[in-house]
Design a binder for this molecule. Structure first.
Ligand SMILES: *Cc1c(COP(=O)(O)O)cnc(C)c1O
Length: 228
């Protein structure tokens, strides 16, 4: 049988929902559509999917303004590297920016949000596995940084995000995800509210859900392999 995008999505969604039911949890599935054509995204919109993740600011800018999306209510998540000269493409336009990994970037976003008169929801990215190739603040820094970010009035910190070190065996990520959950519990007890935890991708989303992810970011398992 040829697996078109609708079949692939529905297969995955079935697997995802079954797993959530089994562990008795809820989470948002973000379909990571970077490098994938708009037609594929529209197909999922027609099936009722609302949350999409994009990594590249220009691609983000071009995709979100496409008129094929005008009849859908999409939540666009920005999950890529943030650059000052491309802030204008994402701030005030993204439902949630997942990749704020320094005070400077938070301040940049806050300043831009003031200019466009919006409040930008963000997540603080944590480099929980201390991977030199990944962005994010250290677990130790989070406790210092969090209250400072709370002072910036035109951003809203919805929670934490992490990209763990890739491993063939997703069990190797379990401890990192546990640590993320602990971090968020500590912050919740200090500052109140409940925090989102954006963690887990195609390879390890089940482990992330076990450990308390409230959002998982899944690309390959929904859209197939990417070329770049
Ligand atoms: C590409 C990407 C994903 C999706 O990865 P898959 O392995 O294809 O599911 C998730 N999160 C981030 C930050 C990404 O860049």
């Amino acid at each position: 049988m040829i697996m078109n995008i609708e079949n692939k999505y529905q297969d995955f969604l079935g697997e995802f929902n079954k797993y959530l039911e089994r562990i008795n949890k809820k989470a948002t599935l973000i379909a990571v559509s970077k490098t994938k054509p708009i037609d594929n995204i529209v197909s999922l919109c027609r099936l009722g999917h609302c949350d999409f993740g994009e990594n590249y600011a220009q691609e983000f800018r071009d995709k979100i303004k496409d008129e094929r999306f005008s009849s859908f209510n999409i939540r666009w998540h920005f999950i890529g590297n943030i650059q000052r000269n491309k802030l204008k493409y994402i701030v005030g336009k993204s439902s949630l920016i997942h990749t704020v990994d320094s005070y400077d970037k938070a301040e940049m976003i806050n300043d831009f949000s003031i200019k466009v008169d919006s409040v930008q929801p963000i997540l603080l990215q944590v480099n929980i596995s201390k991977d030199p190739k990944k962005g994010g603040v250290s677990a130790e820094e989070v406790n210092n940084l969090f209250p400072k970010l709370m002072m910036l009035k035109n951003i809203k910190i919805n929670g934490l995000m992490t990209i763990t070190q890739y491993s063939e065996d997703p069990e190797n990520c379990r401890n990192d995800y546990k640590e993320m959950k602990n971090l968020s519990l500590i912050l919740e007890s200090k500052y109140g509210g409940s925090l989102e935890l954006s963690m887990g991708m195609s390879n390890d989303y089940k482990v992330a859900l076990d450990e308390g992810a409230t959002m998982v970011r899944v690309g390959t398992k929904i859209f197939g392999e990417r070329r770049k």
